[in-house]
Design a protein around this ligand. Sequence first.
Ligand code: NAD
Length: 374
Amino acid sequence: MSTYNLLLLPGDGIGPEVMAEVKRVIEWLNARSNVTGHSFSVEDEMVGGASIDANGVPITDETVDKALAADAVLLGAAGGPKWDELPFEQKPERGLLRLRKDLELFANLRPAICYSALADASSLKRELVEGLDILIVRELTGGVYFGEPRGITELENGERRGINTQVYTTSEIRRVVRIAVELAAKRQAKLCSVEKANVMESGVLWRQEAQWVFDNEYASSGVELSHMYADNCAMQLVRAPKQFDVIVTDNLFGDMLSDAAAMLTGSLGMLPSASLGAADESGTRKALYEPVHGSAPDITGMGLANPLAMIGSFAMALRYSFDMGDEADRLDGAIANVLERGIRTADIMQDGMQKASTEDMGKAVIKELDALVA
Ligand code: NAD
């Protein structure tokens, strides 16, 4: 029997509400540890505004140490109007940024899955999105958001000049491409590397290094690698998104393309994510799993939050941190079945469907899990 350590950081707003439903799933899995051979030990800590109120900082050093020692971190959300007036360096979101930095999480995974039951909620036609299952792997710690020089300067002629620098090195590109190829190998074995090699030197380097990784390390992986310009990729995502399996791209393009892809699937309350770091000698990666949505102060405490993005993030943890693919498939299957049965939180409500609170939705997922193992 192996026991994995999970650090839970529910955070602010609806974070604790959606995390409570993940705890239900963890308890369900622990009750089956004799079958799976795996159990989870769970520790709760504070992040964001909750930590500011209790400790004066958005995350304490002790909590960061626990995150570094954990097998995976699950995070709810950080932020809210109560802390909006704080200076930038003290804001709740800094807790999250510090975690990403200290855990060196350089690969952000954003799946875009369109459940058949929600296909009509997409802004695209049902036939274009039904059955969609793509994964965008975004480089998270480099590129134009961090490159130097940067800043705004005054020019002698009285104008001002804003500058940011798009910069990537060989190792930064190779490590994220490796993760993407390995993920593609476990899916439909199609990887598309995206840049602007037609107009940017950093794009030329990205394309060359992606190809190098593929030719030198994964030539016999069975994965097919293609390259695409980012502007074309944006068009293809809204024209024929099902042509993609895994997309790997830089920080800036990944930011935009993953949001565009997300909207193909309907609601913010449905979108999970994972951020992964480098593998250690045992092959274990530092990892943080969190829903894409924020703390949703407008619906906090009302039982309206959709917990499926948070539960889906835990399914990603099962898949990518614990190699529990069967359990991850079952949890994803339970989410799909709940939707097929017409159970809906307010954000995805449709005519004729059954309205569910956050807790109802969590319980419905457990009921489906029970049915799937019966
Ligand atoms: P948000 O994602 O919190 O909410 C946007 C809209 O989507 C709101 O109307 C909200 O009610 C709805 N929504 C979000 N998640 C939902 C869910 N699970 N179920 C149902 N409806 C849901 O974005 P925002 O309003 O721009 O930001 C609110 C706060 O969250 C801010 O302080 C912001 O800085 C913070 N934030 C944190 C994160 C994070 O922790 N990763 C991400 C984004 C925003």
